[in-house]
Design a protein around this ligand. Structure first.
Ligand SMILES: Cc1cc2nc3c(=O)[nH]c(=O)nc-3n(C[C@H](O)[C@H](O)[C@H](O)COP(=O)(O)OP(=O)(O)OC[C@H]3O[C@@H](n4cnc5c(N)ncnc54)[C@H](O)[C@@H]3O)c2cc1C
Length: 142
């Protein structure tokens, strides 16, 4: 009798940018991954977005132009008491590494990928404390 059971190292729910990034990274690291999407198509909200990444202090930021504390000041100013500082700090710690490893990962599997910093493009609330113009990255494949 056929069984529908399958054992995997990682089960990812949702085929948007977050799920696909997690699945791709895990697959490249050698894990057996199953990505499950509840709709007919992968893409989610990500497929309708502008595809840009907001990542402070990535390797594309001019050296010394920004800092995690400065980015946190900005998030505090924009989000006020809705900010979850623990999650924000986790994001600010991990996101630059994500940009670096994602770039290598995608390049190893697909056509050449270019992530570039968008200069001169304001993000939301550019006048808030901690605002900085070097955090928005374009991801041309998307
Ligand atoms: C017009 C527009 C422009 C935007 N522009 C930008 C931008 O420039 N920069 C930016 O950073 N953000 C932008 N955003 C926001 C950004 O698109 C979202 O924050 C981001 O796409 C969320 O990604 P995600 O992977 O978390 O979720 P999603 O892309 O929504 O993916 C979630 C997926 O999970 C699936 N799913 C849900 N529940 C289950 C389940 N139980 N089982 C299986 N699958 C499930 C959903 O069907 C969906 O496919 C924009 C949004 C819009 C609408």
């Amino acid at each position: 009798m056929m069984s529908n059971e399958r054992q995997v190292d990682l089960l990812v729910l949702g085929g948007g940018a977050a799920g696909m990034t997690a699945a791709l990274t895990a697959a490249v690291l050698g894990l057996d991954v199953l990505l499950v999407e509840k709709t007919e198509r992968v893409g989610g909200t990500s497929a309708r977005s502008a595809g840009s990444l907001w990542v402070p202090n990535s390797r594309h930021s001019p050296p010394g132009s920004d800092s995690p504390d400065n980015a946190l000041r900005y998030l505090r100013a924009v989000l006020g008491n809705r900010l979850d500082e623990t999650r924000a700090r986790a994001f600010l710690d991990a996101a630059p590494e994500m940009v670096a490893s994602w770039k290598t990962t995608v390049r190893s599997l697909c056509a050449p990928t270019r992530i570039t910093r968008i200069t001169g493009r304001p993000w939301r609330e550019p006048h808030c404390r901690g605002a900085c113009w070097s955090r928005c990255h374009s991801t041309p494949p998307f």
